[in-house]
Write a protein that binds this ligand. Structure first.
Ligand code: CA
Length: 445
């Protein structure tokens, strides 16, 4: 086991090397001495027992079983792509050092939207072609839509990064950053992503969807992390945001915000047994979708997700929005800033969802009411307990039913299950302070 440590240390920059303790016979990567706390090597750590839904059955170990030949430290997109190995299931540990920009070519040169554009696509021509006043409400088709698709495919080839089974991805130190990337944990089991910031999965080529939301809407392609047919996934101490490129700064076309981002962390298509802990979701519209269709009945009995000790700051909606899943939402911190005039809701109870929301803390400006925190999308049940709203206890369920009587059916407290896989549940106030100090990338100590 000493050999393993030595091999890991050899891969680290000298400054990150773990001091050797000759008298310390234990092999415990957590115990590396007080003087090196900031450099704790988390590469082979696994999800603790009983830590949320991802600890069910065999638990979640990611790439902990990787041999030394499959422990990679990567510093650019090309290295990351090689390490991911096309989404192979070989146990592997991928450590990201510094900043990696997904919008780069194989030589590491930055690619911008113009570099992907092909087939004569231009936004100006696209807007002229599919203006609802002349084009109507049919789906865009024809040369500009074909050119948009071809251009989008060129960007997708760079930014979509497939993550396979038995993989751990961790950031090194406190500044690991993946820009513009869309991590796709797809048809995979046993994956860990920790201590990593992923920022601005910006779509150069949003599509116009004329029948979305009544008057049509723009749809962007990329989630910073998308779980699709994924099981046993632990997302911990990640920071996901649109930092640098907020959608609210984008122009309005066809009377709708020209959205450039989709979800921050979407969990769909039969994904199951997921724990999301100590992470930050910030500066974004639709943060987290769990279940992407009312008719996706294959999701029934799946989409079991635990969200604890996360921070949702400056998020407009979907924190999360749930269909079908048994979702345990505890000890999270929500911050709606004073200037957030686009805030819609936080917890979305969708079709056949069974959310257990307890001991969460909500901070909002005066124009947001406690009854706004919950929205039902054909939901029927929601269990709430011990939540606080601007430091005062609030019964979200009773409030929701009082404010929405007549417009939508009442939600009952009977979700049909009781969470058992979880660590200690703190008071909302204690969790609020701990999350403010400790959630997000660069904060594992
Ligand atoms: Ca999505």
């Amino acid at each position: 086991m000493r050999l393993r440590h030595a091999a890991l240390a050899a891969l680290l920059p000298a400054v990150l090397c773990v001091p050797a303790h000759a008298d310390d016979a234990r092999d415990d990567t957590r115990d590396i001495g007080h003087d090196a706390r900031a450099t704790r090597d988390i590469s082979r750590e696994t999800l603790p027992a009983d830590d949320g839904w991802a600890s069910a059955d065999s638990g979640t170990t990611g790439g902990a079983a990787a041999d030394d030949a499959h422990v990679f430290t990567v510093t650019d997109r090309a290295g990351l792509v090689r390490a991911l190995d096309g989404g192979s299931a070989t146990p592997k540990i991928i450590r990201i050092a510094g900043t990696i920009d997904a919008n780069t070519d194989d030589e590491g040169r930055r690619l911008d939207c113009a570099d992907y554009t092909t087939g004569g696509y231009s936004l100006k021509k696209y807007l002229a072609a599919y203006d609802p006043r002349t084009w109507g409400s049919a789906k865009p088709n024809g040369p500009q839509e074909e050119a948009r698709k071809a251009s989008a495919a060129r960007q997708a080839e760079r930014v979509e990064l497939r993550v396979g089974s038995n993989t751990t991805i961790v950031g090194l130190g406190d500044d690991a950053l993946l820009k513009g990337a869309a991590l796709q944990i797809s048809d995979a089991d046993n994956v860990i992503v920790r201590n990593l910031e992923i920022r601005d999965a910006y779509d150069c080529f949003p599509v116009w969807q004329p029948n979305s939301g009544g008057i049509g809407d723009w749809k962007a392609a990329y989630d910073t992390i998308w779980l699709r047919g994924a099981s046993h996934v632990w997302i911990d101490h990640v920071t996901l945001s649109d930092k640098g490129h907020p959608d609210e700064d984008e122009p309005t076309y066809f009377a709708r915000n020209h959205l450039r981002h989709d979800g921050l962390l979407d969990i769909t298509n039969g994904s199951d047994l997921v724990t999301v802990s100590w992470s930050r979701f910030a500066d974004h519209d639709k943060a987290m979708l769990i279940g992407n269709g009312d008719t996706a009945t294959g999701d029934r009995g799946k989409l079991r997700v635990t969200l604890h000790h996360n921070e949702f700051e400056s998020v407009v909606q979907r924190a999360p929005r749930v269909r079908f899943g048994q979702v345990h939402l505890y000890n999270n911190r929500y911050v709606v800033p004073d200037d957030a005039h686009d805030y819609r809701y936080s917890i979305g109870a969708g079709t056949e969802s069974a959310i257990h929301a307890e001991h969460n803390a909500f901070h909002t400006p005066a124009h947001v009411e406690a009854a706004d925190l919950v929205k039902s999308w054909n939901g029927s049940a929601l269990r709430t307990e011990g939540n606080v709203f601007n430091d005062y206890p609030v019964d979200l369920l009773t409030l929701y039913n009082a404010y929405n009587s007549g417009s939508e059916r009442d939600l009952t407290a009977d979700t049909g299950w009781t969470p058992v896989l979880h660590g200690p549940v703190d008071s909302a106030a204690a969790a609020d302070r701990a999350v403010a100090r400790g959630a997000g990338a660069g904060r594992i100590r």
